[in-house]
Design a protein around this ligand. Structure first.
Ligand code: SRM
Ligand code: SF4
Length: 556
């Protein structure tokens, strides 16, 4: 796998010239403009900040010759999605003071704020810092928020699994102080020192983003095969407890580049707790040195693994590690994916409740669910731990038995529906934000999810399938942020008014979905799925999941 002499992409030069992610951000925050330069846009991503504009008014403003409605999206790093009540209250405060009043839970257990103006960036960063959180490293060409199944974090008796996401986050966070200088205590920027980055980053960081997730041995809610590095806890007959380590997963594609594709990770080795950081660092270093830095659309590690072949990649990792890797264990064959919703007793005698958050958008809807207020009251009055799930939902965990009734009462009095009241598709459906904030969106996703869920639930109801669960995931483009490529039904934005329909993935996350119909108008999606539902009703085995059925009969 030689690094050839291809021309570096423009972003590589910007990273190198940025003095470890400082660039001209400080100067541009101080000027009177409402937006930032292209260079700063790229470097700001490493700080967890995306420059956007409100696309609902883009056309009108352009036609009137007005400036676009420039806004920023800020993503907060929350390893394993775990937060204290104080941290939740900090997020709640900034959502009103500088953002659009919503808190958006992401498919990687992080939080996003939308609609922030330039002057709001520093107050937001300072509030996060005061609660020991930061947006730094949530985006950009670094290790992103490390995902971990919430059950691992509440069920592990010796706490090692509970801490693994935080441990990996700490190990792979860039070391530059740029973020704290620029956003938190600006005066230090004057006497800045250049901090040497960790060897696996260097001054151009990674070729692209890098994603790590830790699954539960029985529960693949994190979609462990869709990650650059996936970890599955297990016990090796000789090495003892540790993790099966998988490499080379990723789901994004681009319509303009047919050589891009979704890919499931390959099991590479088994590592013990003591070896974990060392082996992951060797994987990252291999990617840093050999990944494609000329074309950002093909720069993810999955292409390095796929192009050169998995065996070659493995040898490259071994040569950086200086020893041979152990063979991986067989993957679990009993994987399922919990939705973590509803009430559950925990090992330590406390309990938790998982609450559905449609498309991850925590907000108050007057006359309906006032989830944001309910969570605020709980955080203010009851000692709990919050977890965001990889399904964009929230868990209120570690509730003392004596407080269970109070939590249930707060949720009910704020109109928050219990898990028993949820529809079968609604319960697990995911959607990415898409319009109006996402610059890459070809069409709607989050805003049309409720209507799509209704249409599909009613199609199932008409066929005596009304009690069967179905995993639906929708995105506004093929980047795949809600992981439609591994869903039983994946709806992927194709043009301004149409979607491609994929079927055949499944809750275990171990199979890619197949393209079933192209360019389907939104209103026809449920109808197009109708003939498949007819066959599932007539020919499906009892309790056979939809994804397994369409795969068995050869539709997918
Ligand atoms: Fe994503 C880019 C939202 C999880 C693949 N993603 C974006 C951006 C930042 C758009 C942009 O580049 O301008 C979106 C922000 C829109 C907005 O207005 O908020 C965005 N991605 C999201 C979130 C919020 C979706 C959600 O509904 O929760 C998720 C945030 C995760 C986090 O907390 O870190 C999110 N994105 C994912 C996932 C799923 C996952 O990681 O488990 C994927 C597919 C897995 C993968 O990476 O292969 C994903 N997002 C992408 C890609 C395609 C990358 C590629 O390999 O080509 C892009 C485009 C890019 O990076 O250029 C992208
Ligand atoms: Fe934006 Fe596409 Fe990701 Fe949706 S899938 S948030 S439209 S980049």
């Amino acid at each position: 796998m030689p690094v050839d002499a291809k021309q570096e992409s423009e972003v590589e030069g910007m990273k190198r010239a940025s003095d470890f992610l400082r660039g001209a951000i400080r100067e541009e925050l101080a000027n009177e403009l409402s937006h930032v330069s292209n260079e700063s846009e790229q470097i700001l991503k490493f700080h967890g900040i995306y420059a956007q504009d409100n696309r609902d008014v883009r056309r009108e403003r352009s036609l009137n010759g007005e400036e676009l409605d420039y806004i920023f999206m800020i993503r907060v790093v929350i390893p394993g999605g775990r937060m204290t009540p104080g941290q939740w209250l900090g997020l709640d405060r900034v959502s009103s003071s500088v953002a659009d009043g919503t808190i958006r839970l992401t498919t990687r257990q992080a939080v996003q704020f939308h609609g922030v103006v330039k002057d709001g960036l520093r107050p937001l960063a300072r509030t996060l810092d005061a609660e020991l959180m930061a947006s730094f490293g949530a985006c950009g060409d670094v290790v992103r928020n490390v995902v971990s199944c919430p059950s691992l974090q509440v069920d592990d008796a010796d706490e090692r699994l509970a801490q693994v996401a935080a441990r990996l986050s700490r190990a792979f966070r860039p070391t530059t102080q740029a973020h704290w200088e620029i956003f938190v205590n600006g005066e230090k920027a004057v006497s800045r020192e250049v901090v040497t980055e960790r060897p696996f980053y260097g001054d151009t960081y990674l070729p692209r983003k890098f994603k790590i997730a830790v699954a539960h041995p029985d529960d693949n809610c994190v979609d462990v095969l869709a990650q650059d590095v996936g970890l599955i806890p297990g016990e090796h007959p000789e090495a003892g407890v540790g993790f099966n380590l998988l490499v080379g997963g990723g789901l994004g594609r681009s319509y303009s580049l047919p050589t891009t594709f979704a890919r499931l990770a390959d099991p590479m080795t088994f590592v013990t707790y003591d070896e974990l950081e060392e082996v992951v660092a060797a994987v990252i270093t291999t990617y840093r040195e050999l990944g494609d830095r000329s074309d950002r659309k093909r720069a993810r590690m999955k292409y390095l693994v796929a192009d050169g072949g998995y065996e070659t990649f493995r040898k490259e990792v071994e040569s950086r590690l200086g020893r041979e890797l152990r063979a991986p264990l067989a993957l679990p064959n009993h994987f399922d994916a919990a939705d973590h919703l509803g009430w559950r007793e925990l090992r330590d005698g406390t309990c938790q409740v998982g609450v559905r958050v449609s498309a991850g958008r925590v907000r108050d809807v007057e006359g309906a669910s006032r989830l944001r207020s309910a969570l605020r009251v709980i955080a203010q009055t009851i000692p709990v731990t919050f977890f965001i799930t990889p399904q964009q939902d929230i868990l209120i965990s570690r509730i003392a038995a004596k407080d269970r009734g109070a939590v249930a009462e707060i949720l009910a009095s704020h109109g928050v529906r219990s898990s028993e009241e949820l529809g079968v598709v609604e319960r697990t459906a995911l959607a990415c934000p898409a319009l109006p904030t996402c610059s890459q969106a070809l069409t709607e996703s989050e805003r049309r999810l409720p209507e799509l869920v209704d249409n599909i639930e009613s199609a199932l109801g008409q066929r005596k399938l009304g009690r069967r669960s179905l995993q639906l995931r929708m995105t506004g483009c093929p980047n795949g942020c809600a992981r439609p490529a591994v869903a039983e039904v994946g709806i992927v934005g194709r043009t301004k008014s149409t979607y491609d329909v994929y079927v055949g993935g499944g809750p275990r996350g171990d199979r890619l979905a197949t393209l079933y119909r192209e360019k389907v108008p939104f209103a026809e999606i449920a109808e197009v799925l109708g003939p498949l539902f007819d066959r599932w009703e007539g020919e499906g085995h009892a309790d056979e999941p939809f994804g397994d059925f369409v795969t068995r009969v050869g539709v997918a």
